[in-house]
Design a protein around this ligand. Sequence first.
Ligand code: PAF
Length: 284
Amino acid sequence: MRTIRNLHEMRAYSRQARRAGSTLGFVPTMGALHEGHLSLVRQSVARCNVTVASIFINPAQFGENEDLAVYPVDLENDRDLLKRAGADVLFLPTAADIYPPGFKTHVTVSDVTARLCGKSRPMFFRGVITVVLKLLNIVEPDTAFFGEKDRQQLEVVKTMVRDLNLDVAIASGPIVREADGLAMSSRNRYLSEADRVSALCLSRALSAASQRVRAGEVTAENLRREMLGIIQKEGRAEVDYISVCDPRSFEEKETIGDEALIALAVKIGGTRLIDNCIVGGKKK
Ligand code: PAF
């Protein structure tokens, strides 16, 4: 696996690969890789001739009081995991190259970013979309892969790609869970032993809600109430949002209808975790 740090070298590599007839898959990450990332890399390896994964901890998507300064870094392990998953290139741009002095342009997607994570983290999607657009412009992939754990991010990226007529396909991979149900996340590394146990309240609440929908519950408020009850039993948990909403607009629903997204953001001992699932008749 080759490591490329320079933006021009990255673009030259991609163009050369495409001139040679290869299709290019791209998995953008912030590192501290886990099975969720690696499943996207494997999907790219299966579908594309060349797979590029990037690691860039993007300062623009962290708010003032968030965890940028302590975000986990594990480059040697990440490199090893990517190599074993079959990635061809690790792209490692520097913050100075991505945001050179005088950088003034930011991209915003309206409406779909006004709810859920966008509401609690006002600068988050502006930072994500700006860096994703830059990375897509540099790597020029045929297909870029995003995880469904960040379902709102996935939808916002798709909206940006559609609205700006970008020539890239967006593919997604399902949430990968630990054996006990906890959704894999780089931030799980922050959890103490006690937090780790409490963190199971997210997947427990989602399972209870899905089960209730399967049993015939259609009223969104009843699901929200049940999930709140499950989470509030955990002393270490602080709810940011519990949402039963449309999976594309993220507007809150009154009834489940054909399909609904159930999404949660909960702080466990100070670590903000998110999780979600799709419920309803049309469930994929
Ligand atoms: O999902 C992430 O890890 C990040 O938001 C992304 C897409 C790599 C942009 O920094």
